[in-house]
Design a protein around this ligand. Sequence first.
Ligand SMILES: [Fe+2]
Ligand SMILES: [Fe+2]
Length: 240
Amino acid sequence: MAPFTDKFATPAEFQKAPQEYKDLFLKVMTIQSDSELGGPHLYVEKWILAAPTAEDQMMLAKTAAEEFDHHRKFVKIMADLNVDLNFQIRNGREKRMLEIFRMPLETWADMGVFGAFIDRVGGYHLSDFAECSYLPMAKIIPQILKEEAQHIAHGLRILDTLCQSDEGRAEVQQSVDRMYPRALDMFGVTGSKTSEKYLNWGIKRRSNENARNEYRAEMQKVITQFGLQEPDPLKGRHYL
Ligand SMILES: [Fe+2]
Ligand SMILES: [Fe+2]
């Protein structure tokens, strides 16, 4: 199939799209909308009140509010397409669609790694939608990406503070060891036929493996910057 280069500008136009397009779009939006709740459901109760400084508390509260707002924006897009995702907000973390959001954030280092590494994966997924062939989706992405950049920056500040001491750095390394392979998994399997279809329909713009490779190159710089070691990217993972 030749790549699809047209756009769907409205819900009415979407409804006239081929079934394969509709199925793919609704599937990825369901995951995206669910994943926006992943962070807040992990740290609102556990870390906002327990954060080490008032500034950290403020940042986590702001980040959580923005994630709920991202979720709400995706729910609205889906509601306009007659799909009701309001049930997702009532699902606890054990029901999150992606594995990474089902794991608790036990330490403050986990919180920092979550911001610096996992929000960044979210940023990759979202930037893939910036030129999405469904225009109402593409339109909301720039503002969301601006907010995601702040979440990532806060994660990096947490890591920077912790990595000032050997003890703190060891704690960060443990969190990275646990979360990094799962972050790589979040891009989906290599050579996926579904991933090819997303590209062909102009819903996403990078294959799973290309996005993962770009992410890995970027994170290797962060890992080096903080004097950490990159965990074996293949250990226990499912994406190959
Ligand atoms: Fe978000
Ligand atoms: Fe975020």
